[in-house]
Design a protein around this ligand. Structure first.
Ligand code: PMT
Length: 407
């Protein structure tokens, strides 16, 4: 089973038609391919499926009431679409389609749809005469014109006993349409990328750790840019305060050894970008209870952590085609970065000069891209100071050019 919707959040709006029973299966199928599914159930929808079954299958609270101020539902009509990657209405009744076409918002579902700023798909379901009615057809045409994707409806025997066009298409067809929507075609489509980001925390005792100031902004921006270029992207991140990147499979770890294990499990891949600030050392022993004051400062014996970048760069025969490291240096940036590039065996290295008030946690970065060729010669390309998002975009363009030249 592919995880093609991993990292995607689908907001499913279930309106009131007999086909609503299929939405329960739809929730299950979307989740099977990795999506998080949050649901809005209209009052009429709740006549066909219960909030309890929707909540049980989605493992999320179900949203029903425009005016609820409890259970985290306040302002849900704005929040719900903002927190989703796609809004899907299935089944979409003639009534809800009409409200969408005319901008009405008298319940939570229609208010969510009016406030929606995300791609929208609808799977109409109604009696054939209703579907072919000029009013419904005009409403659907209006929605299509606004860029709404209409899935179906199908033809066949309907719940009312009549035959015709108006049946909600099968669940598999809806899942296929949603998957196709996210199947990014881009210059890196078909490539699998591993990105590391953030700091690692090395425990000293149950409450203390050795860590560093990495926020994950640079690594996460790189994962986002690579995913937008069509690469299947796996992000292994240490503890950060950032949200997961949409469309990126994110694995959360704490320590360097956990990060290494997650990276090795992600192989094989075509590209590895090690932007994480991995702790070089960890405590030789982790105290099982909290270290106590009063008997003098504890002695800390440190041992070296495994080097993830070097391990990936030397992981023959599973070595990624292109291994990119980072170097965080406080002085002699070029010389230190050059020797790191050669010592660790990666192909490229992105060098940045760090300090207590530089790069770590900031939005901008000034980097130099060092490349090592087959003869072990190193070239350096300094880039201007720019946002971490722009660094990520430019690095992605370099990766695309690399694969264009040596596919
Ligand atoms: O997260 P931000 O706040 O946005 O900050 C971005 C950043 C400064 C963390 C980022 O731009 C950066 O420089 N990341 C690498 C930080 C680092 O650990 O550099 P280093 O010079 O110590 O390590 C060199 C390379 O070896 C890095 O690719 C690092 O991921 C890797 N390494 C280091 C030690 C280790 N045990 N295993 C490793 O894989």
């Amino acid at each position: 089973m592919t995880n093609s919707l991993h990292g995607r959040t689908i907001l499913l709006i279930i309106s009131g038609g007999i086909a609503a029973y299929k939405s329960l299966d739809l929730i299950r199928r979307l989740r099977e391919v990795g999506a998080r599914v949050r649901c809005v159930l209209t009052q009429a929808g709740a006549e066909f499926v219960t909030p309890l079954s929707v909540a049980a299958l989605s493992e999320e609270p179900v949203f029903t009431d425009l005016f609820a101020l409890s259970d985290g539902q306040a302002m849900a009509h704005i929040r719900l679409s903002r927190e989703s990657d796609l809004v899907l209405v299935a089944p979409a009744t003639a009534n809800l389609i009409g409200k969408m076409a005319h901008g009405l918002a008298d319940d939570l579902a229609s208010a969510v749809l009016l406030a929606n700023d995300k791609p929208l798909m609808i799977a109409p379901a109604m009696n054939g005469a209703m579907w072919s009615h000029p009013a419904v057809q005009a409403n659907v045409a209006t929605l299509r014109q606004r860029g709404v994707a209409v899935i179906g409806p199908g033809k066949g025997l309907m719940a009312c006993g009549e035959e015709g066009e108006g049946r909600m298409v099968e669940v598999a067809a809806i899942v296929e349409a949603v998957t196709a929507h996210f199947a990014v075609s881009g210059p890196l489509a078909g490539k699998r990328v591993l990105v590391t980001s953030g700091p690692t925390y090395e425990p000293l005792d149950p409450v203390r750790f050795l860590g560093n100031r990495s926020s994950g902004k640079q690594g996460h921006a790189i994962a986002a840019a690579l995913a937008l270029s069509g690469a299947e992207t796996i992000l292994v991140t240490g503890p950060v305060a950032l949200p997961d990147v949409s469309g990126v499979r994110t694995i959360h770890v704490e320590s360097a050894r956990e990060m290494l294990a997650a990276c090795e499990a992600a192989l094989p891949c075509d590209i590895a970008v090690c932007a994480a600030a991995v702790a070089d050392w960890r405590a030789a022993d982790t105290a099982s209870g909290k270290l106590k004051k009063g008997t003098g400062a504890p002695r800390l014996d440190l041992v070296e952590n495994p080097d993830i970048l070097a391990t990936l760069a030397q992981s023959c025969p599973r070595r990624p085609r292109l291994v990119i490291g980072f170097a965080a240096e406080t002085e002699s940036v070029h010389d230190n970065a050059k020797s790191k590039l050669q010592r660790k065996g990666c192909d490229w290295l992105v060098a940045n000069q760090v300090g207590t008030d530089k790069v770590f946690g900031k939005d901008d970065n000034q980097v130099t891209l060092l490349r090592r060729n087959a003869q072990d010669e190193v070239t350096a390309d300094p880039w201007p100071s720019q946002s971490k998002t722009d660094v990520a975009r430019r690095l992605t363009e370099e990766v695309v050019a690399f694969f264009n030249h040596s596919p």
